[in-house]
Design a protein. Structure first.
Length: 365
């Protein structure tokens, strides 16, 4: 069983490869040979009144290929920076995190790989962003207004430049030092103009694409930011875009929804994720989940990625405002990216392994 760490991931695959393999995985799902379920979170109070424990999983697989499950173990708390509130997480202590992918063969059930999910987490979410920009933004888009300056923002820029001829980016984040450092790093790496600005309003003024990529506990894309021709993308930032922003969107591109469980054909799941929670023990200060995750936005203006791929195009007018999101197909991503990494690891001779026998037994379970 291969062990593939974050350093291996960074050297084995490119952002463009991840985007390509994800688009192929979505096509497998639309063709009915892949399956996944929504992200599932379990929340449990801790002895600290200002934080709680969250276990999260996503899983899926494809015929003739692989099955994978992604697991996360987090302590969740919230931090205020000026007027902004961010959701923070850690495992064991601040600055360390626990997330991994287990990959299996769907031909004989063999456990094939254990993969750190830190680098690939950012790459696969950024690949979704690029797929949305590729199909739903104006083809002549050259400028981005970026709200956020963390790792997710970096990987989205690295991904989007492969699908649009981006020439200039304006970036805002609440901490001045962070946005300045981000601009310097990305200007040098990408060879385009990345400029730090002092307000979110400055970031979104006179741009083609607005991307909210933050850990904010509240929405960061506001209705007054949105104008004719914009394409919108949001990861984090309060779990989506608020109703006032939704009202300004002409067309929503949603990648898809998970299928219903067998025998539950009258039940559909379009929530971004599902949460199970202990019935008591949480304090107000912990700010545990209080409502369902968002489902489908803009039913009357909704276009699914399967329709776009079938038609070979996304119909939009120049002044249309568009918004793209994955839906709840996260589980379909991990078998695709983990399978790609496993094959690349074999080619590259990655030698770190765990004996497969540790995972096998002669007692029927």
């Amino acid at each position: 069983m291969k062990v593939i760490n974050n350093a291996d991931v960074a050297r084995l695959v490119t952002q463009a490869e991840v985007t390509q393999v994800l688009e192929s995985a979505y096509q497998d799902f639309f063709n009915g040979i892949a399956v996944c379920r929504p992200r599932v979170d379990v929340e449990i109070p801790s002895s600290s009144p200002d934080r709680f424990y969250r276990w999260g999983t996503m899983e899926g697989g494809s015929a003739g290929k692989y099955f994978a499950i992604r697991c996360k173990s987090d302590m969740i708390y919230h931090k205020r920076i000026g007027s902004s509130v961010t959701q923070e997480k850690y495992c064991v202590e601040p600055g360390t995190f626990c997330g991994f992918i287990l990959l299996f063969s769907v031909e004989n059930g063999e456990p094939l790989a254990l993969i750190n999910d830190g680098v690939i987490q950012h790459m696969r979410v950024a690949a979704d962003g690029a797929i949305g920009v590729k199909y739903a933004s104006r083809e002549d888009s050259t400028t981005i207004g970026l709200l956020g300056s963390g790792g997710m923002a970096k990987d989205h820029l690295r991904s989007v430049i492969h699908v649009r001829n981006i020439q200039r980016v304006k970036v805002f984040s609440p901490t001045k030092e962070n946005r300045i450092a981000f601009a310097e790093i990305m200007t040098e790496e990408l060879g385009i103009s990345v400029d730090p600005v002092d307000t979110p309003e400055d970031a979104v003024r006179d741009v083609d694409i607005i991307m909210g990529l933050t850990d904010s506990a509240v929405p960061v894309i506001k209705p007054e930011y949105v104008g004719p021709g914009h394409h919108l993308l949001n990861v984090g930032g309060g779990g989506g875009i608020p109703p006032e922003v939704q009202a300004r969107v002409s067309k929503f591109l949603r990648f898809g929804n998970t299928d219903s469980p067998v025998g539950w054909s009258d039940t559909s799941f379009d929530d971004e994720h599902l949460t199970w929670q202990a019935r008591s023990g949480f304090t107000e200060k912990a700010m545990a989940s209080k409502s369902r995750a968002h489902g489908v936005f803009g039913n009357d203006r909704l276009v699914y990625l399967s329709q776009v791929l079938d038609a070979g195009r996304f119909d939009r007018l120049p002044d249309d405002v568009t918004y793209s999101e994955r839906g709840n197909l996260q589980g379909n991503q991990f078998h695709a990216v983990a399978g790609l990494l496993y094959e690349k690891a074999i080619e590259a001779g990655v030698s770190t392994e765990i004996p497969t026998e540790l995972f096998l037994q002669d007692i029927r379970n």
